[in-house]
Ligand binder design. Structure first.
Ligand code: HSE
Length: 338
């Protein structure tokens, strides 16, 4: 499978490293041979080699700040713009891991459309296009007879989407409720241990949990974007951010965290999604609540369903390799189905 990688930040690099490190296992176990043929970044250069790029050299080059240090070769192109890669490259799948814009989904959304229209599958870790245009993406994919997968967009590689859409198929899911943002959960957990808000946020950024613009995390918009994706995938809705009731954690002080702790409670940023709408807000939970025990960048989601009652999934919700894995899992799903 030839892969074009749109975006080469934390997640893109994490994904590339997994593809390199697991190449032998993926071939032996699944007959999967993933080759990165293109990498496009917003400001750090673009590479296309129809014969495949060397992942080690890519990772070394990007360490220098951009891709110009990547070694020359006869078939290497450095001037293809991202639209051209999406349409004219020999990629079988485009993996969209560029920074999220939850208002417009752009520029990634048009890249996804171009890729589908020119016969490429699309895998997204970028939440913007999925939140803004879920149903259009699916229609476009169906018309092109290609697949769109987006496991990474909610709870990184913890299979929240696959659980709901594939594993629980046949159950009617009536609501989803959970901790869907790793950065804020990490900050709240560190604050409970006595760390100041600013230092905890800085750590979350250093660990690769936070969005490029972390206000999207702390103000609740990242969790809201995930709630929109769940509303579309579970209930067929197409909400916008304005349709949701969203409050972030910036109003929670160290004193609030300490007061909750003293009372045997914990603050968590909880997203709730039902067919009627989505709500994101900090909630003080009793320690007896299973969600209260979910600490650090870990996420959790409880699906309420007719046949199974509540089914809860807990796992990593952010991080370089955790999100990179989600993209790999989606590509393996596409490989299995095509
Ligand atoms: N910024 C997001 C988070 C990354 O902290 O959860 C994963 O979507």
């Amino acid at each position: 499978m030839n892969i074009a990688l749109i975006g080469f930040g934390n997640v893109g690099q994490g994904f590339a490293a997994i593809l390199r490190d697991k190449a032998n296992d993926l071939h032996a176990q699944y007959g999967f041979d993933g080759k990165i043929v293109a990498v496009a970044t917003g400001s750090r250069g673009t590479l296309y080699d129809p014969k495949g790029l060397d992942i080690n050299a890519l990772l070394i080059a990007i360490e220098t700040g951009d891709l110009s240090a990547y070694p020359e070769s006869a078939t290497l192109e450095r001037n293809w713009i991202v639209q051209r890669i999406a349409t004219e490259s020999n990629a079988d799948a485009v993996v969209e891991v560029s920074p999220t814009n939850l208002q417009t989904g752009q520029p990634a959304l048009d890249i996804c459309y171009a890729a589908l229209d020119s016969g490429k599958h699309v895998v997204l870790a970028n939440k913007g296009p999925v939140a803004v245009a879920y149903h259009d993406l699916m229609k476009r994919a169906q018309a092109a007879n290609k697949l769109v997968r987006f496991e990474a967009t909610v709870m990184a590689g913890t299979p929240s989407i696959r659980l709901a859409l594939q594993v629980l198929a046949g159950c009617k899911i009536t609501s989803a409720k959970g901790i869907l943002n790793g950065t804020t959960n990490y900050i709240l957990t560190q604050m409970e241990g006595g760390m100041a808000y600013g230092s905890a946020l800085q750590q979350a950024q250093e660990l690769g949990y936070a969005e490029t613009d972390p206000s999207g995390d702390v103000d609740g918009w990242d969790a809201a974007g995930k709630a929109i994706i769940l509303g579309a995938a579970l209930f067929g809705k197409q909400w916008t951010l304005d349709d949701l009731d969203v409050t972030g954690i910036s109003g929670i002080s160290s004193d609030d965290v300490a007061a909750a702790k003293q009372a045997g409670e914990r603050w968590k940023l909880i997203a709730t999604v039902t067919p009627e709408g989505g709500v994101v807000r900090p909630v003080r939970l009793s320690l007896a609540d299973p969600l209260a025990g979910v600490g650090g960048a870990t996420n959790a989601i409880t699906y309420a369903s007719d046949l199974m009652g509540d089914v809860t999934l807990i796992g990593a919700g952010a991080g370089r390799k955790e999100t990179g894995f989600a993209a790999l899992a989606d590509l393996l799903d596409i490989h299995r189905l095509t």
